[in-house]
Design a protein around this ligand. Structure first.
Ligand SMILES: [Zn+2]
Length: 534
């Protein structure tokens, strides 16, 4: 062989070998490598030191990784590397379309949110999923089918049980939503119109999700005096259909039942002992948040809002509604001034009241801060298209005791927020960092590994989510990397629009969505479809 030929031959062989064995500058086998991290894998095991190598959307290696093989390297020295947090209870449904970067969740280290909770979901789901996919999103999203949405669609605000035909229609709609990719069925039994339904209807409707491995998630009919019966109803619905039961935002929400945890643990543990899979979720605060509508009796709204306005004109009705609100919202057995515990979060017609409590608002209006005046004001809120409120009605000890139940996990019950709009519950910004900063680091209610398990593998197991919730080879690369000494919430009740601190990196499906503490704008989130997806 002549010399030039030899040289050419050498280059040719080198090129073939490089292509085959991935050497050379372009052929790095890992897209992203996170080195020196303290890895908490999400199973509850204690942390271990290691590197995580990612290729495409997946974790391909955990252990010791050669950084020369990485296109990009993140040094996680002294940082926790955890599976991305999964928020099993959110109302992010529509907000994801308006704010695809979902900043208030990404900045908590949340990489997956479950929507469609408390009986409400964006209908029809197929169109909604399409919109999210066209738009892009920073976060993974899965969704339940909401009973209130379906019942309203078929029956409006009728109080009666459904006819055969109505039941058939509701079942068909639920089936269609499961085929669009929903992961289960949710109820909101203290909201309209689900509050009108009986257990029999719910058992029948929940049966539709059985062939699709769907779960039953419920906002209970009662979270105070009748919480045990409400839990028993949820268990009956799951048990008769042999599906898992997820009880949403668990709490003892009236001072008369504070510190009576057995009202919850007894029915749940009895059911679990006979093989019914019941789990709970909880947000780490002593205040709830919802629309004021649920402070009023459900019969007042039968037939819709116009009927409600008509009913108010009748003096007898008005007095009955008043008595109901006093019992439901303004009575304390512990001498608490309830007017100081109820805040307006969002009130479109009167934004000047946002962030103020009923006591302050009555004084502003030149009224005496009496219970009587407070009830009149709550009714006036409803006349003015409603408002959402923040209600301090839980006990800190109950929050802590519930948090330690092994079948309870963390969930925010929040939605996508727009910075500085209204005075929403801080859980929207702070749930996950608060658990770690306050309940793990400061109060030592849980270990960091236990808390992370309740944010990752436990919710993944509950909703039958494959490939996520644990950091190991072969899983999707959803990761949250934070400083265990500083990660905490900053959102407060008076100043909720504040992101957490101490969060360093967030990876969603292999891509960095937070880098050096800043949202990259990356839209690598996906719809996580249920098993019925066609
Ligand atoms: Zn709810």
């Amino acid at each position: 062989m002549r010399k030039p030929c030899k040289v050419l031959f050498f280059f040719f062989v080198t090129f073939i070998l490089c292509t085959l064995f991935h050497c050379g500058p372009k052929a790095k086998p890992y897209d992203l490598v996170i080195i020196n991290g303290l890895i908490i894998d999400g199973t509850g095991n204690p942390w271990f030191k290691g590197d995580v190598a990612i290729k495409g959307e997946k974790i391909v290696k955990i252990g010791s990784v050669d950084v020369n093989k990485a296109k990009k390297t993140v040094d996680a020295q002294n940082l926790i590397v955890s599976p991305g947090f999964i928020d099993i209870h959110t109302h992010c449904d529509r907000g994801i379309v308006k704010t695809p970067t979902v900043d208030n969740y990404i900045y908590q280290g949340v990489t997956t949110v479950i929507g469609g909770n408390c009986g409400g979901h964006p209908f029809p789901l197929r169109e909604h999923f399409k919109k999210i996919e066209e738009n892009g999103t920073s976060i993974n999203f899965a969704c339940l089918v909401g009973h209130n949405t379906i019942r309203r669609e078929v029956m409006g605000y009728k109080m009666d049980p459904p006819t055969e035909e109505e039941l058939r229609k509701m079942k068909a709609l639920i089936e269609e939503e499961m085929k669009a990719g929903a992961i289960g069925f949710s109820t909101g039994l203290s909201y309209l119109p689900g509050i009108y339904s009986k257990t029999k209807e719910l058992v029948e409707l929940a049966s539709v999700v059985v062939p699709y491995q769907g779960i039953y998630a419920t906002h209970l009919r009662d979270q105070a005096f009748h919480i045990t019966e409400a839990i028993e109803e949820a268990i009956e619905i799951g048990e008769k259909n042999r599906i898992p039961v997820q009880i949403s935002h668990i709490k003892l929400s009236q001072d008369a039942v504070w510190n009576q945890l057995e009202r919850i643990t007894k029915p749940v543990e009895e059911a679990r002992s006979r093989g019914v899979e019941v789990t709970l979720d909880q947000y780490p605060y002593t205040a709830t948040s919802s629309g004021f509508t649920s402070s009023l009796p459900s019969w007042a709204f039968e037939g819709g809002r116009e009927k409600f306005l008509e009913r108010l004109k009748d003096k007898d009705n008005y007095e009955k509604i008043k008595a109901f609100i006093i019992k439901r919202r303004l009575t304390s057995t512990k001498g608490i001034n309830k007017l100081e515990t109820i805040y307006i979060a969002r009130f479109q017609k009167f934004p000047e009241y946002e962030g103020k409590n009923l006591h302050e608002i009555l004084l502003l209006r030149g009224n005496d801060p009496t219970i009587d005046n407070a009830v009149d004001f709550i009714i006036e809120i409803e006349k003015n298209e409603g408002a959402s409120g923040v209600f301090f009605q839980m006990d800190e000890k109950d929050v802590e005791d519930l948090m330690q139940l092994p079948y309870n996990m963390h969930g925010s019950d929040g939605g996508v927020q727009v910075l500085d709009k209204g005075v929403p519950h801080p859980r929207n910004y702070g749930t996950f960092p608060r658990v770690i900063g306050y309940y793990v680091r400061e109060k030592r209610i849980l270990t960091l590994e236990e808390a992370i398990k309740k944010m990752t593998s436990l919710p993944a197991q509950t909703i039958r989510l494959k490939g996520r919730g644990v950091a190991k080879e072969g899983m999707y690369a959803d990761l949250t990397i934070f400083d265990p000494q500083t990660f905490e919430d900053k959102a407060t009740f008076s100043n909720p629009h504040q992101y957490s601190v101490g969060l360093k990196y967030v990876v969603v499906n292999g891509e960095l969505v937070v880098e050096n503490g800043k949202h990259t704008g990356g839209l690598s989130g996906k719809i996580l479809y249920g098993y019925g997806k066609k």
